[in-house]
Write a protein that binds this ligand. Structure first.
Ligand code: ADP
Ligand code: MG
Length: 635
């Protein structure tokens, strides 16, 4: 799978990737910087390689600091504000201020599970397997669009600070991100006007920043401990011949610096009745208290005591010793994760060559000590833990730009390989620039009840609509047993071997029905055609992404129409006439919105229909449960 190993090196192979080299060595856009971007849950940064010192530097535009909080605020007139200025609206205008959007990337509403209430803004539940959308006023945004706002801000800051256009980037993602989260990150880059040369794992980038894995002769096993604002992960990597292989990852996507702040707040409330009293009376103080707690935590990373005033006469006091007692259970939890990751990788602490600290929260001395003790060696923390991922991404960008001649070269695939999904969209399975051989796959299902055949069309290219890409093959997976829509599970696997031959296989898991085809993607394709395809995807990037979003909205709408109509047919008897009429009206409104080609209008109609009909399903369920119980009694 593409998430499990990564190559740092530059693409080079006589027919696999000649053109990618031309592009990345600047044949088309010479002398251009390629930036490295850490798109974080809490904070984001952009870095580049300084042309004179050749060292990575995080960009600090207009002296605003290198860190850009990953917060997007929508003003009443629809403009967006990103970063520190947006953060201020988190408490004053939560429904128009989006934070932690990275948690939603590539996810469906169902994926959010128990964490649905974590978010202070409205996430649309269309009860589908489709990706989540966020409602801000009358507009609907995908996490991709919101992440793109953050990337645009980073891009603008880089362009402003470096005084040059920035069109290409390497973006980092957590090692545990799946294909759909990685694809969403690529799309966000695209929407921000960036050509994403590669998606790199955050621990890989951190390792590169420390210079580990740059020399291909080096063989190492490392641990990367990343404690950020709201997430924690530990990754064990094996590095050999310039390839970073993720041996294991562990962590908690809802554990981070915020929990340390909360521990301090609870302590103050418990210690000082005046604080609890005042808080009840004055809600604005809550935010102030939160900020104070974070300030206290940061102060205690380098001082023994913190003291400050809240309002006129309330004292906030805490010592490092107390703080450490409060957070010991949280730190212990992260060490448990380290233990599990090591067990999964089947390694002992003494087999780890280096431990790398990433994320602002690793500045807490207790965290540093606990990690160093667990691994039995001092962890690396000489680089700024907030910046280290972005710095490494910049190094990876520099390698891809061909500026490091000493790097091992690997074979890669020059164009994306994927299949057609509903609405004529390209669903990428093996992204371009993936090293070969490689194997990747995804699961699909049917959209119509009783569907027994599924057409698999294989395409090559970078455009969002398959009609703009190159068709490689097509086959029917026949004999799927008749089941309701959404029930069959069809695994589609792409296996690209070292000779560039692609095997595509489709298997319906419930029945075992199977079909496969083999093609040679590069056959009959000249270098200049590949180059043209890449260029086209860059020039059409924005319109492609917008077209994709409209098609996705339409697909969601069509599925919703199908489901609600079917529901009315089957269960109409349990609804009142009034309810049926209103449902019919809302169905018609949705049908009318479809041809508009306006995704917000379509999604709004979906949302209205969804809110109106969602109680019905539950009612019908209750009725059928009652019936079943009644049946039992008669026996
Ligand atoms: P993410 O990767 O999740 O976007 P970061 O790596 O930027 O997050 O970490 C942000 C967290 O680091 C915040 O909770 C912040 O309070 C914390 N942090 C920053 N500086 C310090 C410090 N000096 N001591 C303790 N925690 C810190
Ligand atoms: Mg981070």
């Amino acid at each position: 799978m593409s998430c499990c190993s990564e190559a740092v090196a530059l693409p080079k192979h006589k027919d696999m990737a000649k053109v990618a080299i031309n592009l990345s060595t600047g044949a088309l856009q010479q002398e251009e910087v390629i930036v490295g971007i850490d798109l974080g849950t809490t904070n984001s940064l952009v870095a580049y390689i300084h042309p004179e010192t050749k060292k990575p530097v995080a960009i600090n535009d207009l002296g605003r600091g290198t860190i850009v909080p990953s917060v997007v605020h929508f003003t009443p007139n629809g403009e967006t504000i990103v970063g520190n200025d947006a953060k201020e609206y988190l408490t004053t205008d939560p429904s128009n201020t989006i934070y932690s959007v990275k948690r939603l990337l590539g996810k469906s509403y169902k994926d959010l599970g128990e964490h649905k209430d974590y978010f202070g803004y409205k996430i649309i539940d269309d009860d589908s397997e489709g990706l989540v959308k966020i409602r801000v006023g009358d507009k609907f945004y995908s996490p991709i669009e919101l992440s793109a706002e953050i990337l645009k801000e980073l891009r603008e800051r880089a362009e402003h600070a470096l005084k040059t256009p920035v069109n290409r980037a390497v973006i980092t993602v957590p090692a545990y991100f799946n294909d759909s989260q990685r694809q969403a990150t690529r799309d966000a880059g695209k929407l921000a006007g960036l050509e994403v040369l590669r998606i790199v794992n955050e621990p890989t980038a951190a390792s590169l920043a420390y210079g580990i894995g740059i020399d291909p002769a080096e063989e190492k096993t490392i641990a990367v401990y990343d404690l950020g604002g709201g997430t924690f992960d530990i990754s064990i990597l094996s590095i050999h011949q310039g390839i970073f292989e993720v041996l294991s990852t562990h962590g908690d996507t809802y554990l981070g610096g915020d929990d340390l702040d909360r521990a301090i707040i609870n302590y103050w409330i418990q210690e000082n009745e005046l604080i609890a009293d005042t808080l009840n009376r004055d809600k604005n103080l809550q935010q102030e208290l939160r900020l104070k707690a974070e300030e206290a935590k940061k102060t205690l990373s380098s001082n023994e005591v913190y003291t400050s005033n809240l309002g006129d006469n309330i004292e906030c006091y805490i010592t490092r010793h107390t703080f450490e007692e409060l957070i010991a259970p949280i730190v212990a939890k992260t060490i448990d994760s380290c233990r599990m990751a090591m067990a999964d990788a089947k390694l002992k602490p003494e087999q780890i060559d280096a431990v790398i600290m990433v994320g602002g929260s690793t500045r807490v001395p207790l965290v540093y000590e606990a990690v160093s003790e667990f691994f039995g060696k001092p962890a690396n923390n000489t680089l700024n833990p907030d910046e280290v991922v972005a710095l490494g991404a910049a190094i990876q960008a520099d390698i891809l730009a061909g500026n490091r001649k000493d790097i091992l070269l690997l074979d890669v695939t020059p164009l994306t390989l994927g299949i057609e999904t509903m609405g004529g969209l390209m669903d990428s399975i093996i992204p371009r620039n993936s090293k070969i051989p490689t194997k990747a796959g995804r699961q699909y299902t049917t959209s119509i009840d009783g569907q027994v055949n599924m057409k698999i069309s294989v395409y090559q290219g970078e455009r969002d609509l398959v009609k703009e890409n190159r068709k490689l093959a097509e086959f029917d997976l026949k004999g799927i047993p008749a089941m309701p829509a959404g029930f069959p599970k069809v695994d589609v696997n792409f296996i690209l071997n070292a000779d560039g031959i692609l095997k595509v296989e489709a298997i319906e898991l419930r029945s075992g029905v199977r079909q496969e085809v083999e093609v040679k993607p590069q056959y009959g394709l000249t270098d200049s055609q590949v180059e043209q395809m890449l260029m086209d995807s860059i020039t059409h990037a924005r319109e492609d992404v917008s077209a994709r979003m409209v098609i996705e909205a339409r697909t969601t709408a069509e599925q919703m129409l199908y489901q609600v109509e079917r529901f009315l047919e089957k269960n109409g008897e349990h609804l009142t006439e009034e309810e049926i009429n209103l449902t019919r009206e809302n169905l018609q409104k949705l049908r009318d919105a479809l041809p508009s080609g306006d995704k917000d209008q379509i999604l709004k109609a979906v949302d209205i229909l969804e809110e109106q009909t969602s109680p019905f399903a539950e009612r019908v369920m209750q009725i059928s449960i009652k019936k079943a119980m009644a049946g039992k009694k008669i026996e």
